[in-house]
Design a protein around this ligand. Structure first.
Ligand code: FES
Ligand code: FES
Length: 192
């Protein structure tokens, strides 16, 4: 009896292909235009990978910060952005969003992090320095800005020193140029 049931089940088993609904996503990625086909459920992180501009994927839940990119000039975790919602946007990864002065100071401070945490960190901190450098003049402010960026090795001290030094150098340069400090508040929440 059991054999008969198993045989029947085997004979009647068939796979039914279900077409997955998709979406066309047009993006400017690091200055280059792309048109990509993606499943409706795809994230911006997925389509960046498809476009040959991968960013590191850690938690895929918005908690680690490894996938942070600039989306129309605002930092966001690419894993939390539905690909369709990014249609028509400009995306900057660490390739174009990194501040060279910050990168140089991070290297000088020995804060050369790994390939998982560095890109997102550099994108977010470069953005914060660009919009409100004076707000990063204190180590506590930098630590606050690092919330949502996880270094599994806990190597935060050198990063904080490098950011504070970069912010101070930017403030000095502004003062020498006779310009008022850029003291705006970086209110970006890194959430779409
Ligand atoms: S992979 Fe996007 S925040 Fe962790
Ligand atoms: S150096 Fe990248 S996770 Fe710690």
């Amino acid at each position: 009896m059991t054999d008969a049931i198993m045989t029947d089940a085997t004979m009647t088993t068939a796979t039914t292909a279900v077409a997955e609904p998709g979406v066309t996503v047009r993006l400017e990625i690091d200055g280059t235009g792309h048109a990509l086909e993606a499943p409706l459920c795809a994230s911006l992180l997925d389509v960046l990978d498809e476009a040959g501009a991968p960013v590191p994927a850690g938690c895929r839940a918005g908690n680690c910060g490894s996938c942070v990119v600039l989306l129309d000039a605002s930092p966001v975790p690419a894993c939390l952005v539905p690909a369709g919602r990014a249609d028509g946007a400009a995306v900057a990864t660490a390739r174009t969003a990194a501040d060279p002065a910050l990168v140089a100071r991070l290297a000088a401070a020995g804060a050369t992090q790994c390939g998982y945490c560095s890109p997102g960190l550099v994108v977010a901190l470069s953005h914060a320095l660009r919009v409100a450098p004076a707000a990063l003049a204190h180590p506590d402010a930098v630590r606050e800005r690092l919330v949502g960026h996880l270094c599994r090795c806990t190597g935060y001290a050198a990063i904080v020193s490098a950011v504070v030094a970069t912010a101070a150098a930017m403030a000095d340069a502004e003062a020498e140029a006779g310009r008022p400090p850029l003291a705006g508040t970086d209110t970006t929440l890194d959430r779409p």
